[in-house]
Design a binder for this molecule. Structure first.
Ligand code: GDP
Ligand code: MN
Length: 373
């Protein structure tokens, strides 16, 4: 299964890699709203294929009007055979260097391998001669030596100058961790950008998941076909809810983060009660979303996991806090909130709900799993 760029970035962000601020839109109006907040931005067609830069699927926009025009043009277009159903509107990076970094299963050796080049970007095929390959041992943690080898391969740009800032090693670790954690077939970041002010950020991302690896979220497509009463009611209200029969209810933003949260719950020995994806519309839809999922039998705790790479945490959290104040569910609620607006969001949870949000997502997941036992 190929994960779209926006979801791939949410997965990478949840594993510690910096990604540009932004969110997806399905209308020109929504794109304009996002751009209004962000300023100078890039509007990118969300299709499961690369080469969008060359095909006109990546458009620079200086203001909201330009973003709206770009989004409208992309949303009525198709790239090759692929229809564009959504665009990602995100902050424009000031690029110093474009690197290529991927972790992939080398099919001939049946082992994971890191591929790295300091000549990333849209001409990467032409740079295949400059690609460094580092074989990894499956089931064995990546070594400091292997990280250093990859960092060295990434560190010299076309002018022969070092581009390694302190961020490069942690970026390598985050990308490898994402691959490992998801049991992925491919995690590719091209370009991995070093910005003019020295930050290392994923400007593009591609993830391919192994359909044979049990990701609870991968069962979605099967269960979505039939649809329980609650699922159909959710669909009517514009929400994607899938009942999974466990006892930890999950509310997270974006399909990628929701999937990661479900995997983390399973990892800690818990069982997710649902897949409930909510996006920037958490503010308006939190109440029906929570009302529906808390109606599921067997739900014993609620885990709210927001990652503000694609939407503001404080806005989403305010929706959830309002909903919890009006619904007053008699069950423990656990929060993990990271990214844009996290401080305001955490303060809101503290003062209005009297709940202390967790610093780490893992601790929040563990607490929710234990409370549901
Ligand atoms: P792909 O062609 O489908 O792989 O799409 P990418 O997301 O990789 O974008 C293609 C190219 O657009 C990149 O290699 C960059 O050169 C350029 N690009 C993408 N995002 C930004 C950005 O935020 N700032 C600038 N200056 N260029 C960007
Ligand atoms: Mn790319």
């Amino acid at each position: 299964m190929k994960v779209l760029e926006a979801d791939a970035k949410a997965l990478l962000r949840a594993h510690g890699l910096a990604v540009p601020r932004g969110t997806t839109a399905t209308t020109g109006e929504a794109a304009a709203q996002i751009a209004d907040d962000i300023g100078r931005c890039v509007v990118k067609a969300q299709v499961p294929a690369g080469g969008r830069g060359k095909a006109g699927g990546v458009v620079m926009a200086d203001d909201a009007a330009a973003a709206e025009a770009a989004a409208v043009a992309l949303l009525v277009s198709s790239l090759g055979e692929l229809v564009v159903n959504a665009v990602l509107v995100e902050e424009r990076l000031d690029i110093e260097s474009e690197l290529y970094l991927a972790v992939v299963i080398d099919t001939s050796a049946g082992r994971p391998m890191i591929m790295a080049s300091s000549l990333g970007g849209i001409e990467v095929e032409a740079a295949s001669g400059s690609m460094t390959r580092v074989m990894l041992d499956p089931g064995v943690a990546i070594t400091d030596g292997q990280i250093a080898e990859v960092a060295t391969a990434l560190g010299i740009d076309e002018r022969g100058e070092s581009v390694i800032g302190s961020g490069i090693e942690s970026a390598i670790r985050a990308i490898h961790h994402t691959f490992d954690d998801l049991g992925a077939l491919l995690v590719e970041v091209n370009p991995l950008v070093v910005t003019v002010d020295g930050h290392v950020i994923a400007a593009d991302a591609k993830i391919e998941l192994d359909d044979a690896v049990a990701h609870p979220a991968l069962e979605l497509s099967d269960s979505a076909e039939s649809g329980t009463e609650l699922e159909l009611e959710a669909a009517e209200r514009g929400l994607r809810l899938i009942e999974l029969g466990g006892n930890v209810a999950i509310l997270a933003n974006g399909a990628g983060l929701t999937m990661t949260t479900m995997d983390a719950v399973s990892h800690h020995g818990g069982t997710p009660a649902n897949f409930l994806e909510i996006g920037g519309d958490a503010y308006t839809l939190a109440e029906p979303a929570l009302e529906l999922t808390l109606r599921q039998s067997g739900v014993r705790s609620l885990l709210v996991n927001f990652c503000g790479a694609f939407a503001r945490c404080d806005v989403m959290t305010e929706g959830v806090v309002n909903a919890l104040e009006s619904l007053r569910p008699g069950l423990p609620v656990f929060f993990s909130i990271h990214g844009t607006g996290q401080d305001e969001a955490r303060e809101m949870v503290r003062t209005r709900l009297g709940i202390e949000p967790f610093e780490s997502m893992d601790d929040a997941v563990l607490a929710a799993v234990e409370a549901a036992r």
